[in-house]
Every structure is written in structure tokens, then in C-alpha cells.
Design a protein around this ligand. Structure first.
Ligand SMILES: NC(=O)c1ccc[n+]([C@@H]2O[C@H](COP(=O)([O-])OP(=O)(O)OC[C@H]3O[C@@H](n4cnc5c(N)ncnc54)[C@H](OP(=O)(O)O)[C@@H]3O)[C@@H](O)[C@H]2O)c1
Length: 236
């Protein structure tokens, strides 16, 4: 079978953070089926070591373990939170709750930023490497026409800025690396389950195939942007 990532060196190594989620599991599965991929480290709250954004030290501990597998060529950050124990996405300002906002920022922005901080030093320096951070089109400030979903939108907008900023720094230390924020489209998953029409949602495997194709085509000059699953750049 041909590899979905022919631009990466044969025998490349991958790390998926958030591997228990619908998209994270589909990324893990696609990479494990790829003969060009020598190793996939699938990390989640359930894995050993675990990555849990309620315990930020777990990110550093997991990165220390990941270092033992050697330089990494693909890092996927597939964590995210739209609803949960802290609440549902807000429709109106009167529904804003600081605890839900904090939980959303923690999982959607701060956690992924800490993954970038601890895992990008593991990227191969002498070869091409790719970092994909799952974001969302609703985090685009200029594309916001409907309002609502305050915490999720704001946390994803913060994530987008963190990706843009980290891409500038990464470009200096790893000139062959590409760091991209990705919008997967509307995908069937626990995150999207309470919202929208199930018939309009794509399967995670289908979304991941599209995202890997987009990633593979990105060059270092494309680093630090938000890309849609159809290969189009999205406005911040
Ligand atoms: N599905 C869509 O339609 C859609 C659309 C646009 C963007 N996205 C983005 O795509 C990404 C993946 O979403 P998905 O649809 O695959 O959602 P999902 O199935 O709900 O997966 C979410 C992942 O985030 C992890 N996570 C949640 N809270 C965490 C925490 N405190 N610490 C560590 N990990 C935590 C979950 O771990 P547990 O399994 O332990 O809970 C799970 O691995 C997210 O960034 C989401 O915003 C999705």
C-alpha cells in the first residue's frame, strides 16, 4: 500500500497526542497501517505514560518517554473540548461561566501549547518533519458570522495564535519543519455528537485521509497557518 505521507523519510516516526479521540484514533490507525511509518507513539489520558491537561506535568513526563524512541517526524495534537463536565457551548453572554471558559482554554489552548513546548524539541532536525494541531474554523475571528460558542471559539483563536507564534520559532531551529493548524470539517465524534445533523458529518477515517493529504503537501513556507481539510488556507 502506498504511504499517505510520501514527503516524509521512509521509516518515519510519529506521535499522536489525544489518540483516544475519534480523530486521534483515526490518525493512529492510519499511521499504524502505513508501512513507511516505523513507530507510532499513541498518547492520551488513558495511555502509559499519560497526557492529561488537568496535570500539565504529565506532558513533560510523556515527552521524556517519547525521547527514548528517537527523533520524531510527525507530531499530531488531536486533543480538544467543546462540551463536558463544565458545561455546553454558550449561545449568549449571560451563559458565560468562568469554570467552563477555563476548562475550554485548558484543553483547547494551554494543553496543546504545552505539547508543542515539550514535544517539538523531539522533532528531527536534519530531515523534514510535520506538526499538525487540530484547531477549528470557528476559531477564525474574521470568519465569525454566527456568534455563540464563546469559550470554544476564543480558545481555538488563542490556539491559532500559539501555532502561528510557535511556527516562527520552530522555523529558526528546524528549517525543514512545518507546523500547521488544521480544520477537519464536521466529523462524527463525541465532541460533535450533540450538535448538527449526523448525516452531514464525515467519518473520522475519511477526514484523516484528507488531512494527511493536506499535511503532506505543505512546505516550510506554509508553516504557521490554518488549513482546511480540503487543502484551502483559512483566514485567521
Ligand atoms: N469533530 C468535529 O466535527 C471537529 C470539528 C472541528 C474541529 N475539531 C477538532 O478536532 C480535534 C479532535 O476532536 P474529535 O472530534 O476527535 O473529538 P473527541 O473524539 O472528543 O476527542 C477529543 C480528544 O481530546 C482529549 N481530551 C479531552 N480533554 C482532555 C484533557 N483534559 N487532557 C488530555 N486530553 C483531553 C480526549 O481524551 P479522552 O478520550 O480521555 O476524553 C480525546 O482524545 C479537537 O481539537 C476538535 O476541536 C473537531
Amino acid at each position: 500500500m502506498s504511504t499517505p505521507l510520501p514527503s516524509l523519510p521512509p521509516g518515519f516516526r510519529a506521535i499522536v497526542v489525544g489518540a483516544s479521540g475519534a480523530l486521534g484514533a483515526a490518525f493512529t490507525e492510519a499511521l499504524r497501517s502505513d508501512r513507511h511509518c516505523a513507530h507510532v507513539l499513541a498518547l492520551s489520558r488513558q495511555s502509559t505514560p499519560g497526557v492529561d491537561f488537568n496535570d500539565m506535568d504529565s506532558v513533560a513526563r510523556a515527552a521524556e518517554t517519547a525521547r527514548q524512541h528517537g527523533p520524531c517526524h510527525l507530531l499530531v495534537v488531536a486533543t480538544g473540548m467543546l462540551h463536558g463536565a463544565s458545561g455546553l457551548p454558550e449561545k449568549r453572554l449571560t451563559q458565560l461561566d468562568p469554570a467552563h471558559m477555563q476548562a475550554s482554554f485548558n484543553v483547547n489552548a494551554i494543553g496543546p501549547a504545552m505539547v508543542l513546548a515539550h514535544f517539538t524539541p523531539l522533532l528531527a532536525r536534519q530531515e523534514r518533519s510535520l506538526v499538525a494541531v487540530l484547531s477549528a474554523k470557528v476559531g477564525s475571528i474574521s470568519d465569525n458570522r454566527l456568534g455563540g460558542w464563546y469559550s470554544y471559539r476564543a480558545a481555538k483563536a488563542a490556539l491559532n495564535m500559539l501555532v502561528k507564534t510557535a511556527a516562527i520559532e520552530l522555523g529558526r531551529s528546524h528549517p525543514q519543519a512545518v507546523l500547521a493548524a488544521l480544520h477537519p470539517g464536521t466529523v462524527a465524534s463525541p465532541l460533535s455528537e450533540p450538535f448538527g445533523d449526523a448525516r452531514t458529518k464525515r467519518a473520522p477515517t475519511q477526514a484523516v485521509a484528507a488531512l494527511l493529504h493536506v499535511l503532506d503537501g505543505l512546505r516550510p513556507e506554509h508553516s504557521g497557518q490554518l488549513w482546511s481539510h480540503d487543502g484551502q488556507p483559512l483566514p485567521w
